[in-house]
Write a protein that binds this ligand. Structure first.
Ligand code: COA
Length: 400
C-alpha cells in the first residue's frame, strides 16, 4: 500500500497555528547562530565588520588590519599589527610541489577551479594538517591567507609563459599580489584600489560560501576541506563569479548605444539575470558597490580606451536598470558590478576576477569557522517529505 505522509508525521516542519509546512527555501532569513563578525542592514545600504562601517574601513584601514580585526575581534595595536604583517610576509612563498602542480593544470581551466585544486594540495603539504585545535586553525589560516595570492599570481604567469615574480617583503599584502601578478611596480592609485578591493571583499556574513565552509567545519573536518568547499561555492555565477559574468555582459552589450535595446530584449523580455544586480540581503544599493564605483570611474578615466568604453556601458546600463521594474522589486547594484571594472582597469583578465574575491574572502570564511566551531553543533537541516512511503519493492524482471 503506497501512502503519503500526513503533516502530523513531520511535526518539526509544521506551523502549529496554520498547519502548513514551514519551508525556508534557500535558507532565507534563518539565523544559524549568534555572531559578532558582520552586520548588514540591507534596507539602508549599511555594512559593518566587527562594528566598524565599511566606509571607514575602506578609507582608513588596510587589508592586514581588517584581517586582524575580523579574525581577532578588535583593532590591533601598532605592535600587534607589525607582528601580524610579519607573520603573513614570512608565509607568502608556496612549496615547489605546488608550483609543479600549477604547471600540470590545464591552461584553459577557469582559474577558480585551479584554486580549488591548489588549495586542496597545499592542505596535503601543510605541516599542521592534522591539527584541528583552534591554534592549529589560526596558524593554517595565516599560512593560507599569505599563500593564496601567490598561487593565483604564479598560475597566471605560468599559463602566460611569463617568469614567476616572487613575493616582495617590502610590499603590503594587496600590492604584493598585484606586483607578482602583473610583474611590475604599481602606481599609488593602483595600490590604493587593490587594497580597498581586498578590504571590501574580506567578509559578508553568512552567504553561500561562508555557509559552506561552516557546514564542513561543523562536522569537525579539517580547515582546508572547509576552504576548498568555500571556493567551490564562490565559483558559481549567482555568487562570486558574478564579477566575471558582469564583465562578460558589458562586453556582450558592446556599445553604449546598444544598452537600452539589450536590456529590453535580454532582461525584460527573455528574463535573463542582470549580473552584478540583486542580492539576497540588500534591498538597496550595496554600500561596497558605491565605493568600487568611485575607483572604477577614476581608473577607467585614467586608462581610457576599451575600459573607459566598458565603464560607460556599465554606467548607462545601471541608469537603465535603476529606473526599471528591477529596482521596483528591490534589485539594485551589488558589489560585483563595479568591482569588475576596477579589476579590468587594474589589468586583471576577466576569468581571474573571482580568484581575487577568494583571496580576500578566505578571511571572512576563517572568522566564521572559528566563531561557529567555538561552541560547535553539527549543521543538519531537514526537508519536508512530499513523496510516497511504504511502496512495494518489485523485482527487476517483474517491472514493466
Ligand atoms: C544574488 C541573487 C542570486 C539573489 O537571489 P534571491 O535572493 O534568491 O532572489 P530570487 O532569485 O528569488 O529573485 C527574486 C526575483 O527577482 C528576480 N531577480 C533577482 N535578481 C535578478 C537579477 N540580477 N536580474 C534580473 N532579475 C533578478 C528573479 O528573477 C525573481 O523574479 P520572480 O519573482 O519574477 O521570479 C540574484 O539577485 C541574482 O541572481 N543576481 C545576479 C547574480 C549576481 O550578481 N550575484 C552576486 C550577488 S553579490
Amino acid at each position: 500500500m503506497v501512502r503519503k505522509l500526513s503533516p502530523e508525521e513531520q511535526p518539526w516542519c509544521i506551523d502549529k497555528e496554520t498547519g502548513e509546512p514551514i519551508i525556508n527555501k534557500g535558507v532565507q532569513n534563518v539565523c544559524i547562530d549568534k555572531s559578532t563578525i558582520c552586520y548588514i542592514d540591507g534596507y539602508h545600504s549599511k555594512l559593518f565588520y566587527r562594528g566598524y562601517s565599511i566606509e571607514d574601513l575602506a578609507k582608513y584601514s588596510n587589508f592586514e588590519e581588517t584581517t586582524f580585526l575580523l579574525l581577532n575581534g578588535y583593532l590591533p595595536t601598532k605592535n600587534e599589527l607589525e607582528d601580524f604583517k610579519t607573520k603573513i610576509i614570512n608565509e607568502r612563498e608556496i612549496p615547489d610541489k605546488v608550483i609543479d602542480l600549477l604547471k600540470m593544470i590545464p591552461r584553459d581551466i577557469e582559474p577558480m577551479e585551479m584554486l580549488r585544486t591548489a588549495v586542496s594540495y597545499l592542505g596535503n603539504l601543510d605541516p599542521e594538517r592534522h591539527d584541528i585545535s583552534r591554534d592549529g586553525f589560526y596558524n593554517k589560516a595565516i599560512r593560507l591567507i599569505a599563500k593564496m595570492p601567490t598561487i593565483v599570481a604564479y598560475f597566471y604567469r605560468i599559463i602566460n609563459d611569463k617568469e614567476l615574480v616572487h613575493p616582495n617583503d617590502g610590499m603590503n599584502h594587496a600590492e604584493n599580489f598585484l606586483y607578482m601578478f602583473l610583474g611590475r611596480d604599481l602606481e599609488e592609485i593602483e595600490k590604493d584600489a587593490i587594497d580597498t578591493a581586498f578590504v571590501l571583499y574580506a567578509e559578508h556574513e553568512m552567504n553561500a560560501s561562508a555557509f559552506t565552509t561552516v557546514v564542513i567545519a561543523s562536522t569537525a573536518a579539517d580547515y582546508y576541506s572547509s576552504i576548498v568547499g568555500g571556493i567551490g561555492a564562490l565559483r558559481g555565477p549567482l555568487h562570486g563569479y558574478a564579477n566575471v559574468e558582469a564583465m562578460r555582459q558589458f562586453n556582450e552589450i558592446g556599445s553604449v548605444d546598444n544598452v537600452e535595446k539589450w536590456f529590453k530584449e535580454y532582461i525584460l523580455t527573455k528574463k535573463k539575470r542582470l549580473m552584478g544586480f540583486g542580492h539576497r540581503v540588500y534591498r538597496s544599493y550595496d554600500p561596497r558597490a558605491k565605493i568600487f564605483r568611485q575607483y572604477a570611474e577614476k581608473l577607467a578615466k585614467m586608462r581610457g580606451g576599451k575600459i573607459l568604453e566598458i565603464f560607460k556601458i556599465a554606467n548607462k546600463l545601471e541608469e537603465v536598470a535603476l529606473s526599471s521594474p528591477l529596482a521596483e522589486k528591490g534589485i539594485y547594484t551589488n558589489t560585483d558590478y563595479w568591482s569588475a571594472i576596477v579589476y579590468g582597469a587594474l589589468g586583471v583578465p576577466t576569468d581571474f576576477f573571482c580568484t581575487l574575491f577568494a583571496i580576500s574572502r578566505v578571511v571572512g570564511w576563517t572568522a566564521h569557522i572559528l566563531e561557529y566551531t567555538e561552541n560547535n553543533r553539527i549543521i543538519r537541516p531537514r526537508l519536508f517529505y512530499v513523496g510516497e512511503v511504504e511502496k512495494e519493492y518489485i523485482p527487476i524482471d517483474k517491472r514493466t
